[in-house]
Every structure is written in structure tokens, then in C-alpha cells.
Design a protein. Sequence first.
Lengths: 102, 103
Amino acid sequence: MTKSELIGEIAAANPHLQQADVEMIVATIFDEITAALARGARVELRGFGAFTVKRRDARTGRNPRTGETVPVDEKFVPFFKAGKELRERINAGTAASLAEKS
Amino acid sequence: MQTVTRAFLTEIIYAQVGLSRNESADLLESVLERMCQCLAEGETVKISGFGTFSIRQKGRRIGRNPKTGVEVPILPRRVTVFRPSHVLRAHINGETPSGADEA
């Protein structure tokens, strides 16, 4: 599913809304998550998951093609951890979920 | 730094779109719920400019309780993986996202 399909489905389920409004809502959600992460905040959406930012220290990398060493600066990477409910739902019916219940 | 939650996102949607707070909260919920449904069905969710959520199948392996050292089998399971788009990565590193992929 892509963002435009998501928007289409939400719009179809809410006929009283304009497609443009739904587009704005969906854009706002992801823009705000992005902005929060950019200022170093954590985003926690219970049942869905949590977005955090992890720091990667500076290191000396190597160009795999030429073998020459290149300095890689410290950087920050976004990280997503699925929430409990999502984790259970994607595993519903698997051996792992059945074992957990017993 | 304050953690962003549903309440915060609801407030922003309320302020930006001009729906009631209740309806803003419901719409946020339906977006998250629809994404969960797709993932539960094993479908990949691609949000351009943000990232891709996909499901990866993990095989059975032997784990160990780090406290007691007892071996326990970890059964095959599915996990969600999120691959951030380069636009999101750039934002987080305070760069202006451009089309050019440096990495």
C-alpha cells in the first residue's frame, strides 16, 4: 500500500470529507513525526509503535570499490520499534504466537 | 525532550484541518489502523518522503536467557522493519533534503 492508496481508502471511508482534507491529514501525521524526530524527540503511538532517533558515532569507513579509507561523520538515524499490539497482530496464527499464549 | 503521542498529533490535525478534536483523533486512529491491517496481512506500506514498513519472516533459532544461560528455542516469527526514506534521514541530520543521494 502506498501513501496515495492510504489516502484514497481513508477518503472512501469518510465520504463527508474532501479528498484534499484527507491528504492534508495524512501529510500532517508524517510531517509531524518527521519534525519531532528532527528535534530529537521520541514519538510513541501505543499499539502501533515508537519512533526514536539513534546516534551513529563517527567512524572511518572504506570505499569498498577502491579500498581507500574515508572519514564518516557522526550521524543520526531514525528507528522504529513495533508496538505490542502490532507485533501480536502480524504474528497471529504463527507457532510463536501460539506458544506465547500457552 | 517531550515525547510526541496521539494527543499531540490530534491537536495538530485539529489546528490545521478544522475538524473537531474528536474527529481528528478518529482519523489519526483510522490511518494507523489501516497501516496495521496491511502489515498484519503481510503487505508492505510505502509512505513516500517518510519510509517503508515491511514484514520480514524470521526463522527458528536457539536463543539463550541472558540471566540464567538456559537455552530456549525462538520460534519462527514475523517482524516489522522500517526503512526510512532518504528525505527523513536528511531531516533528522539537519540537512535540506535534496534529490541527490550521498550515501
